[in-house]
Design a protein. Sequence first.
Length: 247
Amino acid sequence: MRGEFLEDLLHGTYGEEAAAQRRARHLGYPLHGNHIVMLVDIDDFRGFIGSRQASEDAIQALKREFLRRVTGVVRGAYPRALVQGRSDSVVSLLPIGTEPGDYQAKGHALGLQIRQNIADWKPGFTVSVMDSLARFKRWGQVVAVPELGLTGLLAAVTDERLVDYTRRHLGPLVEHDTARKGSLVPTLRAYLETGEQQEAAKRLRVHPNTLRYRLDRIREISGVDLEDPETRLNMAVALRVQALLGM
């Protein structure tokens, strides 16, 4: 019942507010005040079990113990928290209350405690406290939504759309580098991140004339105007997606 209520709250399927209040009172969960949603995800769980050729019974036992340990840490800090297992993830709703304080710091501290508990239980078995981190292979981290910036925004977009976006803006450059063992994509990244040709040349350890030649080739091959702010933004986002997805 607690798990069902948590899912209804997260998905907005709880019906009328009065009904939600009644369910909360019945389950002993305080709806007033502030709350934190925390998701703990096992890093590369498929790779972990694949490398050990674990049986289905062993996999399920591992998931149950993972849920039990995360629940224990969460309930130790927030006895009335709602906790629900989702395959190789655990989602929790933490009642922070109405007292003023740094809620993000509290959530981060709890995330670190969970990560350490899992590491002590099974060395080499790591977790990330946020789903989008695992998706982008940023493992073993505890990060709050406000810290994610552009990455958090990209996490709301499907992989298919992200890949299409990246290929649309970087495709010709990637094909060039692959066919000729070139360095146009790294050159573009250095140029956009530093914002200046001299600094980009220093980062790449090439002569400024070499950098200028590569930038001219980028313009020729991709057909873009690197002086246009919108173009620079699109290319920078495409480079970020490429790095996040390991393309």
